[in-house]
Design a protein around this ligand. Sequence first.
Ligand SMILES: [Cu+2]
Length: 175
Amino acid sequence: MTSTLAVLLAVALLGCSQPPAPEAVAPEASAAAAPAPAAAGADASASAEAALPLVVVHKDPYCGCCNAWIEHMRHAGFPVEARNEADMGPVKASAGVPPGKGSCHTAIVDGYLIEGHVPAADVKRLLAERPDARGLVLPGMPMGSPGMETPDGRTQPYTVELVANDGSTTPYARH
Ligand SMILES: [Cu+2]
């Protein structure tokens, strides 16, 4: 009973534009599990660009736009592991999402917090600059941000914020 309420509440809060899709378990997972054929030279084709770190995404199982953002990150070259959570509240609290700065999914990459529909380019910049900070947040779910595309192409301006270690935020990238 309580969990039904929680789910309804979560769905209402998330309000994703995409309908919930059945969880398509990443085909990459099985590929990754397969043993690699004994190297044809250590520096073979595989890595033209340096390998990007794993993005662990915590999300509600019914969140469609979370999956769309995951696809955006994969297209940008990030390996992504999605974890469905029954209750995102404690996840956001322990990840250090400041009050009022939450979105739908909460990701961790290389020790940094990435909250919401942050563009992959901003994540790459963060990883290159490596500031002494918690990470990035994109509060809410702005139309037109990655994973929040609309069928008619409408967008709204949005600002990705850098979260300092004390929880304060400053603008990081305007889109
Ligand atoms: Cu979303």
